[in-house]
Write a protein that binds this ligand. Structure first.
Ligand code: CO
Length: 198
């Protein structure tokens, strides 16, 4: 099986060079992506592929349930590098419907460490209990919670000092909330874009 992956890789690199002989040489110099993607680790949500971007065009951070927790050193390191060094223009927080991480946060079962990781989603669920309880079925509740989680993470990113300091310096950064549908491959913009201190 692994041989297949290496063979795929060889064919992919050949195709890239055939279409654009300078492709890898250019990337070797430096990366200058305009976008930071913060998405779920789910294998069905491949960041670059969904939005048609090549290597070098999308800086990517993925974790279980696309969280942006203000105490997570991994996420914060990515965010600071993207904002201060790469100076990305857009930060895309991208959730997806039917997210297993979001579902696991609220199904009441115990799994161990991940229960702590998913704690912020239980807070979101608690804060929006009335709205969620008013929905007709579990699938609708889960999908709405996936959206509410994205909206909360957009707020986390937009209120982070790395981002607010960049705005204070006059840097242009927009933080967007999107949700992706595994069922039809389409992204929906949740309309919660933040482009400066509020
Ligand atoms: Co997910």
């Amino acid at each position: 099986m692994l041989e297949d992956l290496i063979a795929n890789n060889r064919r992919w690199a050949e195709r890239k060079i055939a279409a654009d002989p300078g492709f890898f040489k250019r990337l070797e110099g430096q990366q200058s992506p305009d976008y930071l993607w913060i998405g779920c680790s789910d294998s069905r949500v491949p960041a670059n592929e969904i939005v048609g971007l090549d290597p070098g065009e999308l800086f990517v951070h993925r974790n279980v349930a696309n969280l942006a927790p203000p105490q997570d050193a991994n996420y914060l390191s990515v965010l600071q590098f993207a904002v201060d060094v790469l100076q990305v223009k857009h930060i895309l927080v991208v959730g997806h419907y039917g997210c297993g991480g979001v579902a696991a946060a609220v199904d009441g079962r115990r799994r161990g460490l991940v229960d702590h990781w998913l704690h912020p989603i239980r807070e979101v669920s608690h804060d929006h209990k009335a709205e969620l309880d008013g929905l007709c079925d579990d699938a609708a509740r889960l999908d709405r919670l996936c959206e509410l989680n994205v909206i909360r993470q957009v707020r986390n990113v937009a209120s982070d000092v790395f981002v607010t300091d960049a705005w204070a310096r006059g840097q242009s950064i927009k933080v967007h909330g999107w949700v992706y549908s595994i069922a039809n491959g389409l992204v929906t913009d949740l309309g919660v874009t933040v482009s400066g201190c509020e």
